[in-house]
Design a protein around this ligand. Structure first.
Ligand code: ATP
Length: 236
């Protein structure tokens, strides 16, 4: 569904991604692991058009998207849950969710999507009138995830959803990622530092180090899965 062919990116003179090749297959959960500064967030920014590759190409459903503007990329069915959640902190939970549906005209569809969000995380329904800035970190992550889902994306990009969360909340978020993938067929690219948790739910994993893919492994292959964990944990 998504493919990077030899993608290199720079911030000014500094090269961040170097000849990155990766694939996100339709219907799968792909995870991209890497320690601080490896270039994970830059990868997401490159997909959504916020960073333009200096060489290489990004394909989505077989077509190049690296020269498109961000709104046009989003319209193709790609939604992202940014690192740090980035909610509109003065707006309520429901107002934040509705912003995620701004590309949808059909009011019935919007109401259905809201219901779906509340089914995924019943706690959000209880708190729908609460100002987002007063939510716990875990609840904010739930809102950020549902806000992205409100646009019915085909591809969901998640940037370090476990960051700063207690283990029980990480479990709830990861269980929900699996549900969204299995029940709705949403394709997911999960960016994580939390290697164990991410590998456990991934169909395929890549390890990024200093802007280069140093390892990749199918999630079902126990041996290479172990290898990937060792390599990643060793470097982090
Ligand atoms: P983290 O887990 O810490 O978020 P990351 O793997 O997501 O790390 P990136 O945010 O992609 O890493 O950053 C990769 C490198 O690019 C880092 O060295 C970072 O300092 C640099 N970088 C990121 N954004 C910019 C920018 N706007 N201008 C210049 N350099 C940047």
């Amino acid at each position: 569904m998504l493919q990077f062919n030899n993608v290199t990116t720079h911030y000014g003179a500094i090269r961040v991604l170097r000849d990155v090749n990766l694939q996100v297959r339709a219907g799968e959960i792909t995870c991209l692991l890497g320690s601080n500064g490896a270039g994970k967030t830059t990868t997401i920014k490159t997909i959504v058009g916020l960073v333009k590759p200096t060489s290489g190409e990004v394909l989505y459903q077989g077509k190049r998207i690296d020269s498109l503007r961000t709104p046009d990329i989003v319209r193709l069915g790609i939604a992202s849950v940014p690192e740090g959640r980035r909610l509109f902190s003065k707006l309520t939970v429901e107002e934040n969710l509705l912003i995620g549906a701004c590309t949808i005209k059909d009011q019935k569809q919007i109401q259905e999507n809201l219901k779906k969000s509340y089914k995924l995380f019943p706690r959000l329904e209880e708190r729908k009138k609460q100002i987002s800035g007063t939510l716990s970190g875990g609840e904010q992550q739930m809102v950020a995830m549902c806000r992205a889902l409100m646009s019915n994306p085909k591809l969901l990009l998640m940037d370090e959803p476990s960051l700063g969360l207690a283990p029980i909340l990480i479990k709830e978020i990861f269980d929900t990622i699996v549900r969204v993938n299995r029940e709705d067929g949403t394709t997911i690219l999960l960016i994580e530092q939390n290697a164990h948790k991410a590998i456990a739910i991934a169909d395929y994993a890549y390890v990024l180090q200093k802007g280069e893919i140093i390892l990749e492994s199918s999630g079902d292959d126990a041996i290479s899965k172990e290898k990937i964990q060792q390599a990643y944990l060793h470097k982090s």
